[in-house]
Design a protein around this ligand. Sequence first.
Ligand code: LLP
Length: 426
Amino acid sequence: MPPFHLLGGEMHAEAVSLATIAANVGTPAYVYSAEALRTAAQRFRTALARVPRKQLMFAVKANPSLAVLRILADQNYGADIVSGGELDAAMRAGIAANHIVFSGVGKTAPELIAGLDAGIGRFNLEHEREGQLLSTLAAQRSRRAPALLRINPDVDANTHAKITTGRSDSKFGVPVGEALAMYDRLSGLPGLDLHGLAVHIGSQITDLAPLEAAYRRIGDLIRALRAKGHRVYHVDLGGGLGVSYRPGQDDADVEAYGAMVAAVTRDWDATLLFEPGRFIAARAGVLLTRILWVKPGREHPFVVVDAAMNDLARPALYDAWHEFAAVRPSGKTFSANIVGPVCETGDTFAKARVIDRVDEGDLALFHTAGAYGAAMASTYNCRPLVPEVLVDRNRYAVIAERIPAHEVRRQRLAPWMPDVPDMHAA
Ligand code: LLP
């Protein structure tokens, strides 16, 4: 049974009715299925069965919720992190430090130190200066930092421009042509234990050809490095596998991906790391919302929902499609624009889309919102931070609370300002 399904005419997450969650938690709210997380985690691992030595690291940025990370830790996933905050999130969830890889193009010295002090498994270096700094920091602590060099393979991932990372004009990694000489120099540093390569060419990738092209370039580089006597025994192949967001679109073929990886890396003789985010979490979550108004529009009515771009930014940022469905579908449909309450036209989830007929007060949901959903939420328009709910069979729990904007921002007057007059005093 799919994790989100109709039961007695009403949408459920596993065995829990979404109407029950809405009644008790309110809307908008993210709802996750524990079973869907576990299933995706296992499916990804199974697809890589023919890769003999591997470590799977969940890309925390996709969904940093403590309870979600805990489920993935139980599935023996480590963590791919990109900030000190994500390091903290992974450690709090009980992910072993040596099962953490630190990616990201702008790590700060305090973040590198936090990673060193925690004893994380690997740092993925994005450029030479970062390697020099990490070496210095590690040497000061009489340590050698385990590190991989991230390569920019100059491959276009054929995905949305804002989430493609492997082209030579992007900020990520070091140019493949400069990698050999740089690896040489970095290997000589006293505080670095450079022992492999990393690559990640983008996200929401469904065409395996660019991934294969990138991995083949890495293979060539491994051979060239070894020919010069370098040690290469870990290779991080990144994340990036896409999922289907709309009818007619297919998920990335993870089994074909596994077969491709096994074939391309057959003679690499290295432990492979993988950093899936979206593939694990996207389908495991929905954003539950209530219809505030159905407002007449020139060509199509506006369905004004209580979720907005601050809760789910993907449509506004990437023109992303999230399927919309009524929690109690009547079987009737209509063509409508779906918009949120935020004061920008960009706060639009769908334009002129044929959707379940909904009315004021009805509940509805946006599908495939478990990755880069709550993770990217903000308090824009002083809206509260959206809560998260985890369902596991017939149980559910709030795993992140709805937090009023003023508690998130913790604003204060400047000390030289007089107190705000109490307008309500008698
Ligand atoms: N590893 C690295 C180094 C990454 O930069 C990313 C994603 C991943 C792994 C995980 O990629 P995934 O398996 O999830 O595709 N906010 C955007 C997606 C940004 C992805 C950034 N990097 C969205 O909502 O589509």
